[in-house]
Design a binder for this molecule. Structure first.
Ligand code: GDP
Ligand code: IMO
Ligand code: MG
Length: 427
């Protein structure tokens, strides 16, 4: 059962793209299972630096099939742009497949995302404005359109008409915005349908057959466990399940097919958008990390909030996802720091907490309890074996293993595929 699921263990941007690209070298198939173009997965290779929003991070391996599962909220305009850009760089799309059940991000979703954020004022979530929340809301409300609907002009129009009438009433009455035109949207999406038709498949069936024939599959998560609509810092979350549950509903594989669940943790913590971040550093260390590590969002360019590694969050993510291992990325970023802190528990209202509380208001009031560790203050990007890491770096990783209750399988020491220490091969 060589299926390995990669999930974000923090608030997204942990380096999932790099880890998936690395594992894809030995895989037959990579599947994106959730999220949409709110994701930005960075791959650095000989062709350049790529920020993938919808296309799976296995695309640079010519023999790997790349599937976009039914759990993804698909914006056809973004996908077509991404296909064009990658094709322009010589990347082949012959093995890209899109689920026939993936929900579509429609023009009213992006518009409503923006209007809702504006209406929230000071309580804005800080979404990526990619229409993700409204698209998943329509999916659950049973008024979404899916990729299979793109293939028949008549069916698409018939389904779109009543939905758009309702959206236009909402736009006019609640937001005093101009209505959207049925013909314009129908025509645009039919055109998308013509372009995407060659890629549209029953991806769940493809994945099940691949499992049956013993192929090696990487399930690529987007976002992170703390952005999960159920397990994250609600309501400052995304609108789907980035954690392992989403890998099941977002593709159509059975849980028993998954052999390994690997959380990706950054060696410190970052977050874009609003919501609690107990270990946030509002001081010069936070600034230093952000500037040294160029912590700016891959999708929106926003500066990422930076803080120390939060082992309360990481342990919780390891437990929620049933992780068999973790991958730690950007360990090299800590090279410059003389001392490194790790949050081992929270304190709030006179009590110690070992798990993130359900209440976001309470989480905002949590003070991190830190352990301080020695830094190593030497470059580690060229190191390829755990034993060759400076002692203090080894101690840091070992401490994170203890605190999360999970072993390290991959240590990433630079953005490129080869800048990696493989502690235990996952395939
Ligand atoms: P993702 O959304 O989880 O795929 O992560 P992002 O691509 O949004 O952000 C991760 C950033 O860290 C990207 O700029 C990567 O190129 C970079 N990166 C990944 N691993 C490493 C690493 O080990 N060291 C350094 N310095 N950068 C890394
Ligand atoms: P990757 O896959 C980091 C955040 C947004 C916002 C919240 C809700 O690159 O790790 P949304 O647009 O989803 O409704 O925004 O979630 N967010 C991410 N943060 N990385 C991501 O993806 C994210 N996708 C969404 O910043 O706080
Ligand atoms: Mg990202």
């Amino acid at each position: 059962m060589p299926v390995v699921a990669i999930v974000g263990g923090q608030w997204g941007d942990e380096g999932k793209g790099k880890v998936v690209d690395l594992l894809a070298e030995r895989a037959h198939m990579v599947v994106r299972y959730s999220g949409g173009s709110n994701a930005g997965h960075t791959i650095v290779n000989d062709l350049g630096t790529f920020r993938l929003h919808l296309i799976p991070s296995g695309i640079f391996h010519p023999k790997v099939s790349c599937l976009i599962g039914n759990g993804v909220a698909l914006d056809p305009a973004v996908l077509l742009r991404e296909i064009e850009e990658l094709t322009g760089c010589g990347v082949k799309m012959g093995r890209l497949y899109i689920s026939d059940r993936a929900h579509l991000v429609m023009p009213y979703h992006t518009l409503i995302d923006k209007l809702e954020e504006e209406a929230r004022g000071g309580g804005a979530i800080g979404t990526t404005l990619r229409g993700i929340g409204p698209a998943y809301a329509d999916k659950i409300a049973r008024q979404g359109l899916r990729t299979c609907d793109l293939l028949s002009e008549n069916d698409l129009r018939q389904q779109l008409r009543p939905i758009l009438e309702q959206k236009n009433r909402l736009l006019a009455r609640l937001y005093e915005a101009n209505p959207l035109d049925l013909d314009e949207i129908a025509q645009l999406y039919i055109e998308y349908g013509h372009k995407l038709a060659p890629y549209i498949r029953d991806t769940g069936e493809m994945a099940r057959q691949a499992v049956a024939s013993g192929q090696r599959i990487v399930l690529e998560g987007a976002q992170g466990t703390m952005l999960d609509v159920d397990f994250g810092t609600y309501p400052y979350v995304t609108s789907c399940s980035p954690s392992i549950g989403g890998a099941l509903t977002g593709l159509g594989l059975a849980p028993s097919a998954i052999a390994e669940v690997v959380a990706v943790f950054k060696a410190y913590t970052t977050r874009v958008g609003s919501g609690p971040l107990p270990t946030e550093l509002a001081d010069e260390t936070g600034q230093l990390i952000r500037e040294h590590a160029q912590e700016f969002g891959a999708t929106t360019g926003r500066p990422r909030r930076c803080g120390w590694f939060d082992a309360v969050v990481a342990r919780y993510a390891a437990q929620v996802n049933g992780c068999t291992a973790f991958a730690i990325t950007r360990l090299d970023v800590l090279d410059i720091l003389p001392k490194i802190k790790v949050c081992v528990s929270y304190e709030a209202e006179g009590k110690r907490l070992s798990r993130p509380p359900a209440s976001t208001a309470l989480m905002e009031r949590c003070t991190p309890i830190y352990e301080e560790m020695e830094g190593w203050r030497e470059p580690i990007t060229d190191i390829r074996r755990f034993a060759d890491l400076p002692r203090a770096a080894q101690a840091y990783v070992r401490r994170l293993e203890e605190l999360t209750g999970c072993p390290a399988a991959i240590i990433s020491v630079g953005p490129r595929r080869e800048e990696t220490i493989e502690v235990r091969p996952l395939f």
